[in-house]
Design a protein around this ligand. Structure first.
Ligand code: RTP
Length: 155
């Protein structure tokens, strides 16, 4: 009942190349799955330069932008779309602060990372950006709307 009164949102979560290389894909998927969100898209993908630049276009003027693009395109990423009530802010909490040294223990970055430039995972920062980023990284046929048979409270 509570859930039906709140807004169902979508967020784009991405395991960055360092997370894939370190074998953290399963661990990171598990955290969102166990929390109770619904996976609606999943793929391993080598990100082209243009897509990385579009995704991070708001950071274009930052001094670290070229290094960021180099990092994100350095190897495959795991692209995910997740759906649920309050999923955007909740996923950001599960991920933790941008600088992993400031991220709380128990968060993904707090538990698994050290450097800002190698912070293993991305999560959309607003419902609008969640929609924008899912549309940017996935084709329509790659997303799957489904009703979990054993967990109708997730619908
Ligand atoms: P994300 O988009 O990846 O979830 O990260 P965020 O919102 O926590 O952080 P944002 O400020 O949007 O930065 C995006 C990504 O750029 C890299 N970064 N490097 N000073 C630096 O070297 C620096 N600052 C940011 C990080 O990979 C960050 O996640």
């Amino acid at each position: 009942l509570v859930a039906s009164l709140e807004q169902v949102e979508e967020t784009y979560i991405m395991v960055k190349p360092d997370g894939v290389q370190r074998g953290l894909v399963g661990e990171i998927i598990s955290r969102f799955e166990r929390k109770g969100f619904k996976l609606t898209g999943l793929k391993l993908f080598q990100c082209p330069q243009e897509l990385a630049e579009e995704h991070y276009k708001d950071l274009k003027s930052k001094p670290f932008f070229p290094k960021l693009i180099e990092y994100i395109t350095s190897g495959p990423v795991l692209c995910m779309a997740w759906e649920g009530v309050g999923v955007v802010a909740s996923a950001r909490k599960l991920i933790g602060s941008t600088n992993p040294l400031q991220a709380e223990p128990g968060t993904i970055r707090g538990d698994l990372a050290v450097q800002t430039g190698r912070n293993v995972v991305h999560g959309s920062d607003s419902p609008e950006n969640g929609k924008r980023e899912i549309a940017l990284w996935f084709k329509e046929g790659e997303l799957c709307q489904w009703i979990p048979a054993q967990a109708p409270w997730l619908n």
